[in-house]
Design a binder for this molecule. Structure first.
Ligand code: SF4
Ligand code: SF4
Length: 363
């Protein structure tokens, strides 16, 4: 995010919109079972130096799931990577999670769907396959995600939907594709996708794979974000999609909350690090670690020590690692506060769904 203006942007019609409050009633477990991937997307946040290079064995996955099993009934469990379908035992991991009682299992994928995953699991076992795609055509998507990735992803969506799976889509907005976002609702309707997660580049730290292209250079401005994203979300909801997107900026009357204090999220990596804040993932700031199949607290200083700090700019981590996201007036007062990166706006079609659909996907 960049420069702020004092304009107030209102989508054309906002009666279906709500801010999804943080809650400890539901747990979101983002389980990176490997960091390997067949693609090298420009904005990828996976950093093997910080997150490990190993592929967890099925037995480690099971043991680590047991570590979190106290939360299982209220948990949204999301398997991700890297590309999780590269894991030869993903189907068994999903089955194991279900046997252990995890209430909802989602797979975030780039759409290549390796290891015949669609033949090896059922729609009863996987609540959603969530596909990452960054444009409505190859010309927009492929320079970001790699040549051929558009065709492959769309073909994966069709295959999943034709087999009876629910499909959702994650669109990461940057300067290179925000102008094409408005074309997505009609495409998603055609493809049979039920939910759209709009993400914004930079909210999960810097790209690890393209350090020569810092997120700062790809991030959309305050004006671009607010003039485009809410209206596209409204359009998508009107044709039947559930849409969520990061709030990013707080209005002056809106309270600031840090998900590290108010929500129950775990971001697990194959090297055993467990974070509560995704913006901390590029640093050894994890507050928890899995050791010998137990969750242990890390000594200070870690991310937890930052959550309580109150600053006029809003999110402390954003201020530390992405100071270019903030804009100040001539008195040095921030023109706006940056919300927690996990705070979402959600727009639903009328009378559809339940709170458990609100999985804050990030990939
Ligand atoms: S963003 Fe996802 S699909 Fe792209 S390189 Fe990273 S892990 Fe792979
Ligand atoms: S992004 Fe900011 S507000 Fe959200 S959990 Fe991290 S430190 Fe807290």
């Amino acid at each position: 995010m960049q420069k702020a203006a004092s304009k107030s942007y209102e989508p054309k019609q906002s009666r279906l919109k709500r801010t999804v409050s943080f809650s400890k009633k539901f747990t979101n477990i983002f389980f990176h079972i490997l960091t390997r991937c067949n693609l090298s997307c420009r904005h990828c946040y996976i950093n093997p130096d910080q997150h490990g290079k190993q592929t967890l064995s099925l037995s480690d996955i099971e043991s680590w799931l047991r570590v979190f099993s106290a939360h299982r009934k209220s948990a949204n469990l999301i398997f991700l990577g890297g590309e999780p379908t590269l894991h030869p035992d993903l189907s068994l991991a999903i089955r194991k999670a279900r046997e252990l009682g995890f209430g909802s299992v989602t797979v975030d994928t780039n759409g290549y769907l390796f290891n015949d995953i669609l033949q090896r699991v059922t729609p009863e076992e996987v609540e959603y396959f969530s596909f990452s795609l960054d444009g409505p055509d190859p010309e927009t998507n492929d320079p970001i995600r790699g040549r051929g990735s558009f065709e492959k992803c769309v073909s994966g969506i069709y295959k999943a939907v034709s087999r009876g799976f629910h499909a959702s889509l994650i669109y990461t907005v940057s300067r290179t594709n925000i102008h094409q976002l408005h074309r997505m609702p009609a495409m998603l309707e055609k493809w049979g996708v039920k939910r759209l997660f709009i993400q914004v580049i930079g909210l999960r730290g810097q790209s690890a794979r393209s350090p020569q292209t810092p997120a700062e250079g790809l991030q959309v401005s305050y004006d671009q974000w607010l003039s485009v994203v809410p209206n596209v979300a409204e359009t998508a909801a009107r044709i039947g999609l559930t849409v969520s997107y990061p709030k990013v900026y707080l209005e002056s009357h809106e309270p600031f909350f840090c998900a590290g204090l108010e929500a129950d999220n775990y971001f697990i990596f194959p090297n055993g690090r467990v974070y509560r804040c995704p913006l901390c993932e590029d640093y050894p700031l994890h507050s928890l670690q899995i050791r010998e199949n137990r969750l242990v607290k890390m000594p200070p200083i870690n991310e937890k020590d930052l959550f309580d700090l109150s600053i006029p700019e809003g999110c402390v981590m954003n201020k530390i690692i992405q100071p270019h996201n903030i804009c100040y007036d001539s008195q040095g007062v921030p023109k706006y506060r940056v919300a927690c990166c996990l705070l979402k706006e959600e727009i639903r079609p009328p009378l559809i769904g339940s709170d458990k659909d609100c999985i804050p996907h990030l990939n």
